[in-house]
Write a new protein. Structure first.
Length: 136
């Protein structure tokens, strides 16, 4: 069984800034990727409106999903791992914290203000994510 791990970095409106998956996908603009991002944004917005709180971790079927908000920029960081990866919540939190710190060093708030919506502008972040996730 594949040990699939996915990372989404989304703006507050649900626009994908960066996507990474440890298993190959046919197309980065895959419909399921866009639907997942929309779903996650909806869950986040619903939770905040219903309770005023931010959901940080939940399970959906065989998936463990962890959500964080950036420290310096208002971005959502979403890490999805199949339960077969055996990653515990504490380890996923460490991974996501490292990714947030790295992305906020990689991209400045000024760059985000001028961002034109092209996710390929952030492809140079992929080797950093691979190093954090320890994948080839």
């Amino acid at each position: 069984m594949s040990k699939r791990q996915e990372l989404y970095i989304l703006d507050r409106g649900g626009q994908i800034l960066f996507y990474f998956c440890t298993t190959k996908t046919e197309n980065k603009e895959d419909q399921s990727m866009l639907l997942t991002a929309s779903y996650l944004t909806g869950v986040l917005q619903f939770a905040r409106m219903a309770s005023g709180d931010f959901i940080s971790t939940f399970e959906l079927g065989k998936l463990r999903i962890m959500l964080r908000i950036g420290k310096k920029m208002p971005l959502y960081y979403v890490f999805i791992a199949g339960k077969e990866t055996k990653l515990k919540e504490k380890k996923i939190d460490q991974i996501l914290t490292a990714i947030i710190d790295a992305f906020e060093k990689f991209i400045t708030p000024e760059t985000m203000k001028n961002w034109n919506g092209n996710i390929y502008e952030f492809e140079e972040f992929t080797p950093i994510v691979k190093k954090i996730l320890k994948v080839k």
